[in-house]
Write a new protein. Sequence first.
Length: 216
Amino acid sequence: MVLHRLLISPAATFVGKISYSLYLWHWPVIVLLRWTTGLDALVWRAVAAFATFVLATASWYYVENLVRRSAMLKGLRRPFVVGAGAAAVTCGALLSLGIHAAQPQLSLSVVSQRADDWSAYRPLEAGNSGCLSTWDTTKLNEGLVWIYSRSGCATPPSHRGRLYVIGDSHAMAYNMMLREFALDTGVQVFAYNNGGCPFIGLLPSARGDLVRFEVS
């Protein structure tokens, strides 16, 4: 009985009414605070919860209810409603694409503002001597060896030798850096990708990851 009375109380039913608005608003509020004040302190978590509740309540009263109870919208013909809905979806998609394209200018994130410095998959540019980045693969046991080098250079390499990298997907996340290193210096890079990287056990009950760099 106590639980039943609690669930049908005005406070609980009101939270249920604005639950979808809470769902929509909680994420932008959290993201905004994460990139400004942070959310580590308890006070900012309380601010996030309060702001989400206020915004959800306001949007439920002044957006959802207005649309749901609008006599004008209820009197519209179906073709117009379908067309207006399609136009709204199109405008939303165009707005989303525009925001995505302008993300470096709009975002507070340093990673988004300077994506070329952080992205591991941006295209490589040709070197100053017209060099091109080349890569090849070969099998070794159950893993792959990625071989990065350069070709078509007008000048000899500044360094000679080989760089060996051994690791799992965490080590291979440096593939763009390794390709750039080979392109800039002329050093040939051999990157051995082995899932789980079981080369050394650093913990009694689990194997650790090892990334090994060696220049010959």
